[in-house]
Design a protein around this ligand. Structure first.
Ligand SMILES: [Zn+2]
Length: 147
C-alpha cells in the first residue's frame, strides 16, 4: 500500500489487530520516510435483495430493520445494546439462509420470531404493524394466546 505522506509504494505492516469480528486494524510503516499510518480492513457483507410485497426489489437495509425494531421496542425495558443484539440476531438469521434474495414477509417472520423470544409486547407491536392485522379479532387472538 502506498504511503500517504510521500507516495512511496513500499510500506510494511508493523502491527495487526482484530478490532471486531469483521474488522482488522493494521499499522503500517513507510520504508522511505518512516511515517506510520493505519488501515482498516473489513469484509463486505454479501449483497442481499429484498423483494417487497408489491414485487419491487431493493437492497437489504439494516437501518430500516433497526428502525422497525426500535419502534416495536419503544418504552420496553431494552437497552440500545439489546436492540443492536436483536438486529444482529435477525440479520444473521436472514443471512444464514444463504440466499441472494429474501421476501419482506420472510424478514418479517424472522423478526417476529426473534422478538417473541425476547419481549412479547414488542413482538405484538411489531406483528400488528407487520401483518397489518385486518381485523381486531386476529389481534385479540394473538393476545389471548400469550395470556
Ligand atoms: Zn513515506
Amino acid at each position: 500500500m502506498q504511503c500517504p505522506y510521500c507516495d512511496e509504494p513500499g510500506t510494511s505492516v508493523v502491527d495487526t489487530r482484530e478490532t471486531s469480528d469483521n474488522e482488522v486494524r493494521r499499522r503500517r510503516e513507510c520504508s522511505a520516510c518512516g511515517e506510520r499510518f493505519t488501515t482498516y480492513e473489513r469484509h463486505e457483507s454479501p449483497s442481499l435483495t429484498v423483494v417487497k410485497r408489491d414485487g419491487e426489489e431493493e437492497p437489504f437495509d439494516r437501518d430500516k430493520l433497526r428502525t422497525g425494531i426500535e419502534r416495536a421496542c419503544n418504552k420496553r425495558p431494552l437497552a440500545e445494546d439489546d436492540i443492536e443484539d436483536l438486529v444482529d440476531t435477525i440479520e444473521s438469521r436472514i443471512r444464514a439462509k444463504d440466499l441472494k434474495s429474501v421476501t419482506a414477509e420472510e424478514i418479517g417472520e424472522i423478526a417476529m420470531s426473534t422478538l417473541k423470544e425476547t419481549d412479547e409486547v414488542a413482538y405484538l407491536r411489531f406483528a400488528s404493524v407487520y401483518r397489518d392485522f385486518d381485523d381486531v379479532d386476529s389481534f385479540e387472538e394473538e393476545l389471548e394466546e400469550l395470556k
